[in-house]
Design a protein around this ligand. Structure first.
Ligand SMILES: [Zn+2]
Length: 310
């Protein structure tokens, strides 16, 4: 591993931008934060990158590139934001702008896919070929690593489990226009609305929002048979008691062979910085491998510090 190699990661959230320099061993050296201003998004990102480039020079580090993780509809092949409903933005060539300004390569992925790639490179991926990144924050989503590769799906939206239908009540209308979606029920429950679900005896004293998480995760475990699960997002970060409850109850509810194969559920390797670390992992994973598609096809966990390993 090249000790002097680093990357610049940018985690674009709905309210804040995080930009950091990360070394090839996963250590985060610097983090800068700015408010997310939709009207100035590109210029604010350019300014953060320019600061990070100067800091990297000061530290004597080469920069492999820029990685961006962003919530919303992303076209990673074109390097563009297709649409962000929360920011009211569409059709932005984010990587093109940053590349032109910085002279560095740049990649962008959906935020949870980027975080999953970070976990693949620096965390669970070191030991597991099949794992799930379970994100429970403002949004509910998952990333799947299947046989050592991030599974993105036919149109790149794999893992949008927030809109998994878990209740047939047509009055519970979700923002997506359909009804009975997991994320909407969790939001309603956390706002204090009464949501009635039939759950497992072991969950009867657990808040409904967490019962819903346990049901959803059990279904994912049955569907994908992972050997490990990492958690991220505000509902589960710094919440070891709830992660323990999730761990115990999914084992009671999942099919026996699936539960038996599962290692203890853990917080994401990057903790609160899982999104930033994931964004910063992209240049390490995609540099010198023929780009994103080739890297995904080859199994990006075989890529170390920009080099493809057999
Ligand atoms: Zn929905």
């Amino acid at each position: 591993m090249n000790e002097g190699l680093s990357s610049i990661g940018i985690d674009v959230g709905g309210t804040k931008l995080l930009c950091g320099i990360v070394k090839a061993d996963g250590s985060i050296l610097t983090v800068r934060q700015a408010e997310t201003r939709a009207s100035h998004l590109l210029s604010d990102m350019e300014a953060l990158v320019a600061d990070a480039q100067a800091e990297a020079r000061g530290l004597g580090l080469a920069v492999a590139g820029i990685g961006i993780g962003m919530k919303g509809a992303i076209d990673p092949r074109a390097g563009k934001l297709v649409r962000s409903i929360t920011l009211g933005l569409a059709d932005l060539d984010i990587t093109g702008v940053l590349r032109n300004r910085s002279g560095l390569s740049a990649w962008i992925e959906n935020d949870v896919h980027a975080a999953t790639l970070g976990e693949l490179k620096f965390g669970l991926g070191r030991k597991h070929r099949d794992f799930i990144m379970f994100n429970a924050g403002t949004g509910i989503a998952a990333g799947y690593v299947l046989d050592g590769r991030l599974h993105v799906g036919a149109s790149g939206t794999a893992g949008e489990i927030g809109h998994m239908v878990v209740c047939g009540d047509l009055d519970l209308r979700c923002s997506c226009g359909r009804s009975g979606c997991l994320e909407d029920l969790i939001h309603r429950s956390r706002r204090g609305e009464q949501i009635a679900i039939a759950s497992h005896e072991a969950l009867k004293d657990v808040p409904i929002a967490y019962q819903l998480l346990a049901l959803a995760l059990t279904n994912l475990i049955n569907a994908f048979n992972p050997s490990a699960v990492a958690c991220m997002g505000g509902m589960l970060m710094n919440n070891a008691p709830m992660i323990d409850i999730l761990d115990q109850t999914v084992r009671l509810m999942a099919l026996y062979p699936a539960a038996e194969a599962l290692a203890p559920i853990v917080p994401a390797y990057g903790g609160y910085q899982a999104g930033l670390l994931g964004a910063a992992s992209l240049p390490f994973l995609y540099t010198d491998t023929g780009g994103r598609d080739a890297a995904l096809k080859q199994g990006v966990n075989h890529v170390e510090a920009g080099r493809l390993y057999p």
